[in-house]
Design a protein around this ligand. Structure first.
Ligand SMILES: [Zn+2]
Length: 253
């Protein structure tokens, strides 16, 4: 079967890089094709009408034509520009984190996932409209891990399989879940995790978005959850993410 000469897709622009004199290569997460790249010609010229539609975070409808090496954007129409994500620097940082996680986890040739696309667009719109970005981000992380096949095991010890009791535990990125205090004694590379932090992670894992939003962990538990999740991501991706450092600098400024 011949490859299609043109495509219509709905997408979120993940990032872009300059290409030649006036062009840009846009990395997209599309509903129809998964992750792909396309050239936007002339967008760096001041008068370009396509430019604004292709900024990161923007949700767009695109017409793409097959070029020699890559698809070329021939038409772009914004579905949602999420303006509040651009106006507030903290929200910009959070949205950039959402995109970075997806971008780093999803390889270029992975087939499309409408669930991932929905999670991405819903998360951006929750960040843009709701008042508790911390909960939105944690719920996104847990759901993303589910969809990617990295759901952490939080009910039974990831080492011996015994049911996790209501007491402080450990977390192992390598084993992908909670480790009971007994197994934790002899294993390297574990983080301690309090019974409270574990309780909230389980809550995010089993609840829909609305119920997840009702969680109220205290500041210390929040920090603990972030540390464990960042450690898990770093282990899975085999390197550090860029955006958490950016978010930290915004908070400190
Ligand atoms: Zn165990």
């Amino acid at each position: 079967m011949d490859k299609p000469r043109s495509l219509r897709v709905e997408a979120v622009a993940l990032r872009h890089s300059d290409f030649g004199e006036a062009d840009r290569i846009i990395t997209l997460y599309t509903r129809e094709q998964g992750k792909m790249r396309a050239v936007a010609k002339g967008v760096r010229k001041i008068a370009s009408r396509k430019a604004g539609h292709l900024e990161p975070f923007t949700r767009v409808k695109l017409q793409l034509a097959r070029g020699r090496d890559m698809f070329i954007v021939t038409q772009a129409e914004t579905v949602d520009a999420y303006p509040s994500l651009r106006e507030d620097l903290s929200l910009t940082g959070y949205a950039a984190y959402v995109l970075e996680l997806l971008d780093r986890f999803v390889p270029d040739e992975e087939s499309a996932s409408s669930s991932l696309y929905r999670l991405l667009t819903e998360t951006l719109s929750h960040l843009a409209t709701e008042s508790n970005p911390w909960l939105t981000l944690r719920s996104y992380e847990i759901r993303l891990l589910d969809l990617l096949g990295f759901r952490p095991q939080l009910q039974d010890c990831a080492n011996c399989g015994n049911e996790i009791q209501a007491e402080d535990q450990f977390f192992s990125a390598a084993l992908g879940g909670a480790v009971c205090p007994r197994c934790g004694q002899g294993l390297p590379g574990l983080w301690p995790i309090s019974v409270d932090a574990l309780k909230y992670l389980r809550h995010f894992q089993r609840s829909d978005y609305r119920s997840a939003m009702r969680a109220r962990p205290d500041a210390e538990t929040q920090k603990e959850i972030e540390t464990v999740m960042q450690g898990y991501f770093q282990f899975l991706l085999e390197r550090e993410l860029n955006t958490p450092g950016f978010i930290k600098r915004i908070k400190e400024a």
